[in-house]
Design a binder for this molecule. Structure first.
Ligand SMILES: [Zn+2]
Length: 237
């Protein structure tokens, strides 16, 4: 294989490694974002659960105050009963008292519903707290690692680029330009194998004469369809 081709193969190997790392540069920040989003969601659910517990306890207190209020009123009416003059007044007070008793029974039922709800909220609160704790620990444990990893991958890409550019200096400028355009426009694959006499990049059939030339490796052959550089795939066991 002529030197130019050998260099191009090496350049593609560097670009393959760069591609792998560029994929990581997409997935690693996503991983970090997922952890952050999980924590934000868990924080929100926790705040909402705490809020509904507060509301519940507040409502229970209000209902209890209402009962207390009614009892005071009833006691007042009961005292008035002792001093009433007419039957009509007596009846009116009695009806007011039984109305308040009925009301308090209703409120008692409402308080029971609130108490049942309180038990449910408290039990889900336990769960919500543990989910939030896990999300928090998960982010803390991984944030630093992921940031470091992202930084490291960026540095590796810089080194790989430098290595690729260094050897690119050993072949004619025109070929490097053509290679770079292929990397940019052809899904980061500029140098591909001849696979069963078709282009490893686009699958286009390679003419028999060109197949021979690719095998010999004595010149640079470009796919007649996609323009990628074609090389012979060595046999492997
Ligand atoms: Zn092709």
């Amino acid at each position: 294989m002529i030197k130019d081709l050998e260099i191009l193969v090496k350049m593609q190997a560097f670009d393959d490694e760069i591609s792998e790392r560029q994929m990581l540069l997409q997935t690693l920040p996503e991983e970090l974002n997922t952890l952050k989003t999980s924590l934000e969601e868990a924080n929100q659910v926790l705040a909402e659960t705490k809020h509904s517990l507060e509301e519940n306890l507040k409502n229970q207190k209000l209902k209890e105050l209402e009962i207390k209020d009614n009892i005071e009123k009833m006691n007042k009416y009961k005292n008035q009963l002792l001093t009433v003059k007419t039957n009509k007044e007596y009846k009116a007070l009695n009806s007011e008292i039984s109305h308040l008793e009925g009301k308090n029974n209703e409120i008692d039922d409402e308080i029971i519903v609130f108490m049942e709800e309180e038990i449910n909220i408290k039990s889900s609160l336990e769960n919500v707290i543990s989910v939030q704790k896990n999300a928090d620990e998960n982010l803390k444990a991984n944030e630093e690692r992921l940031r470091k990893k992202i930084k490291q991958v960026k540095q590796e890409i810089d080194v790989l680029r430098k290595n690729r550019n260094d050897i690119a200096g050993e072949i004619p400028r025109q070929i490097v330009k053509r290679y770079a355009a292929l990397i940019k426009n052809k899904n980061r694959k500029a140098v591909v194998f001849d696979i069963n006499n078709s282009c490893g990049g686009c699958g286009f059939n390679i003419r028999p004469q060109v197949v021979i030339e690719i095998y010999e490796g004595s010149k640079i052959n470009y796919c007649e369809n996609c323009g990628r550089i074609l090389i012979y795939k060595p046999e492997t066991d």
